[in-house]
Design a binder for this molecule. Structure first.
Ligand code: SF4
Ligand code: MG
Length: 337
């Protein structure tokens, strides 16, 4: 498979009045062409910041990368690029769909013009061609009366329609990678399903890679090929959807799974939220970030950050339970073997 993006040892922190917050801690992963990769975790786990790092969307300073952080796109280091060079990448090579279309669309500008903004520096297209591109992409994302919508303002569109416009804006520059940060969180379930179908259709049509950030494992199950579970600024488990849902090897992933409704739930079975709060990233724990909330926590967990254990090809878990001397537990049933 063709590697498009390679993140290696990415650590990103913010200098604040209260001290330094490490939002992303030593994160490494690759994205291949044409795959949908989910990034899942509770709010504040670092999933959005990780994705923003790829496009350098956070102001530097107060944000900064560690010396050994590396983010390569098609083999070129993005962390060495100037702001001007990054602007040529945003929207055309890698684009971003934000969570809330209400805040990311300009309320004072007509839809069509906002889409054409993507080509603002492109001198090769005439005004007429830009308009045609905008109309074409609106139809592609399922907006049937594109000509009329082109001339409307965001407030004249429904929530689902606005999210389609956001997807249109993300695709119009023909990027290779689209990052979608909680793209359906503000929508009701029926519209959510339509938008997820649309993303899948767009992936097939344009062979783009999609990084889908969500706190919702249901969304992951519907759409993704691979999943990364983040906690406390780190990737704690990664694998295929099948690995993560049926062969869970991290107590945090198991906790997330137990907190969502499933079709195969037995009568009387209750959803269990994960008790406690995420770690303080001003002062991250030396050991496992999940230790304070983990029912399997052992002595070593508080002292040393767990290694990444390879379960099967592509399935890894950062948990001491995978050590050969640890007790064997079925994390989904809680049974100790
Ligand atoms: Fe729980 Fe220890 Fe595994 Fe962390 S390393 S998830 S505390 S068992
Ligand atoms: Mg977020």
């Amino acid at each position: 498979m063709n590697k498009l993006l390679e993140l290696n040892h990415v650590t990103f922190s913010f200098k604040t009045y209260g001290g330094v917050v490490q939002s992303v801690r030593d994160v490494s992963f690759d994205i291949n062409q044409g795959e949908i990769v989910g990034v899942v975790g509770e709010s504040g786990c670092g999933k959005s910041v990780t994705c923003q790092c790829i496009l350098r969307l956070n102001p530097e300073p107060p944000g900064f990368f560690s010396e050994d952080s590396s983010i390569k796109y098609k083999g070129t280091e993005l962390l060495k690029k100037s702001e001007k060079e990054m602007r040529a990448i945003r929207g055309k090579e890698i684009s971003f769909i934000f969570q809330d279309p209400m805040t990311s669309l300009n309320p004072t500008m007509k839809i069509g013009k906002q889409i054409e903004e993507i080509f603002v520096y492109d001198k090769s297209l005439s005004r007429h061609e830009k308009k045609q591109e905008a109309l074409d992409i609106l139809s592609t994302v399922g907006i049937s009366d594109a000509e009329r919508r082109y001339g409307q303002y965001p407030h004249e569109l429904s929530g689902g329609m606005k999210q389609r416009v956001m997807i249109a804006m993300a695709l119009v520059g023909s990027p290779s990678v689209v990052i979608a940060d909680e793209p359906t969180t503000s929508l009701d379930v029926t519209i959510e399903a339509q938008i997820l179908d649309l993303l899948k259709e767009m992936k097939e049509k344009f062979n783009v890679s999609i990084i889908l950030v969500t706190h919702d494992l249901g969304v992951i199950a519907k759409l993704c090929d691979r999943v990364m579970v983040m906690y406390g600024g780190k990737i704690v488990e990664r694998g295929t959807v099948e690995d993560i849902f049926y062969h869970t090897k991290h107590p945090y992933t198991a906790g997330l799974l137990k907190s969502i409704a499933r079709l195969d739930m037995k009568k009387g079975e209750k959803l269990t939220p994960i008790e406690g709060t995420p770690p303080d990233l001003f002062n991250p724990p030396a050991g496992c970030p999940f230790a304070a909330r983990c029912e399997y926590c052992m002595e070593i967990c508080n002292e040393t950050f767990p290694e990444e254990y390879k379960i099967t090809q592509g399935h890894d878990s950062c948990c001491w339970l995978q050590h050969e001397d640890a007790p064997e537990v079925d994390l989904l049933s809680g049974e100790i073997k």
